[in-house]
Design a binder for this molecule. Structure first.
Ligand code: ZN
Length: 393
């Protein structure tokens, strides 16, 4: 079977990671400084030392089924594994080592795993973001040792385009970037410096770009520049993943409106228009998050759009009440051009005392079915109660 040629992360023991970062001239993404004309993007390539699988025989036995080669990409939503600011009392027990216990093997089962890093990673220092109301000020700084939790869970790509990656100023951003690079985790979403990332797995090139409405991030509002970044990735890569952090938050904003959303006076983007624009430009999978609740999915031009993956692992200072307490892990199977072949949803839930656990009540799956039927009745995507994602017809 051709499928057997692509090793999953679970079998990558003894892998040697190497990392080469180089600059690539690119159109300036929407930098707040607006001075940046030429931007550079770090490109990280990770390779295994496992022997390269032998090429398939030129002629397959007649009994061999001729299934298309498929690749599995997993996406999860917001992640903040605990903050040492304003005090270490907001950190989980055992250095956070057990937070991802129930999800780890699932996350590692994909060819490529993605999530949104909703915060900064540094032990101390940085300039905490000033808030108008200090009592309701949430800024996140996770201990540096926590990078290993993302490595152990098999994360390949993290988005840093969100409203918390700038929580500790320049120092917070640069330390977070250095730690991720050192750990071999590719990241993207910062205007002018790290707009996209490219990795290679088993001979397949994956590109990722990330967008948000927040200062210093690649703008979700500038569709022209978003299209330019994505179409460049489309030319260079086999499979292109786009993340956005947008849309209004909370239980009363679970439906996808087909217009811009304003929340607390901030324009959080038109996530429908944005998602269609990036797919038109070459994106194969769109992973949205930001509303902190689950939103619908859509199959558009044979590409899967997840409008919000909710709170995946948000320890301590996040509300987990009602629909903020459950979320999907989405595994998408695509062909080498990135077209949708199928997928699976694993529903998880969180409570204050623990990270994601498998939800026997399947609340995220049932919510996805309900929301997708309500918001995208025309989409050819079927979500079963067992969590299977299928193309209708
Ligand atoms: Zn956010």
């Amino acid at each position: 079977m051709l499928n057997n040629l692509s090793f999953k992360k679970g079998f990558r023991f003894g892998s040697l990671f190497y990392l080469c970062a180089f600059s690539v001239a690119l159109w300036g993404c929407n930098s707040d400084s607006s001075k940046m004309q030429i931007a550079s993007a770090a490109i990280i390539v990770r390779a295994d030392t496992l022997p390269v699988p032998q090429a398939a025989p030129a002629v397959l036995p007649e009994t061999e089924p001729t299934e298309p080669q498929s690749f599995t990409v997993i996406g999860v939503g917001d992640m903040m594994l605990g903050t040492n600011y304003p005090s270490a009392s907001y950190l989980p027990p055992n250095g956070g080592r057990n937070l991802l216990d129930e999800a780890r093997e699932i996350l590692k089962s994909a060819d490529v795993t993605f999530g949104n890093l909703e915060g900064t990673i540094l032990d101390k220092g940085g300039t905490p973001k000033r808030c108008n109301n200090p009592a309701a000020c949430y800024v996140f700084r996770s201990p540096e040792s926590y990078v290993q939790h993302f490595v152990d869970a098999g994360f390949d790509f993290l988005s840093v385009a969100n409203n918390h990656s700038g929580d500790f100023g320049y120092e917070g951003r640069s330390r977070t970037k250095a730690l991720l690079a050192e750990a071999g985790i590719a990241f993207a979403g910062l205007a002018g410096t790290n707009e996209y990332a490219i990795i290679e797995r088993d001979g397949v090139k994956y590109g990722m770009a990330a967008f948000a409405p927040n200062s210093g991030t690649c703008s979700i509002h500038d569709l022209g520049k978003a299209r330019a970044i994505v179409s460049k990735l489309d030319q260079e890569c086999d499979i292109v993943i786009v993340s956005f952090h947008g849309g209004a938050e909370g239980a009363s904003h679970q439906n996808v409106p087909r217009h811009s959303e304003t929340y607390f006076g901030e324009n959080r983007g038109d996530v429908y228009k944005f998602s269609h624009a990036v797919v038109d430009a070459g994106a194969d999978i769109v992973f949205g998050q930001g509303p902190h609740v689950t939103r619908a999915m859509e199959l558009y031009k044979d590409r899967l759009i997840c409008y919000s993956l909710g709170n995946f692992c948000t320890y301590g200072r996040f509300s987990l009440s009602g629909p903020a307490g459950f979320a999907p892990i989405v595994a998408v199977r695509v062909d080498k051009q990135g077209a949708f072949l199928g997928g699976e949803v694993t529903p998880i839930y969180q409570q204050k005392a623990h990270g994601p656990k498998i939800d026997a009540q399947k609340r995220a799956t049932l919510k996805l079915i309900e929301l997708t039927q309500a918001d995208f009745p025309e989409t050819p995507l079927e979500i079963t109660k067992e969590g299977k994602l299928l193309k209708k017809g």
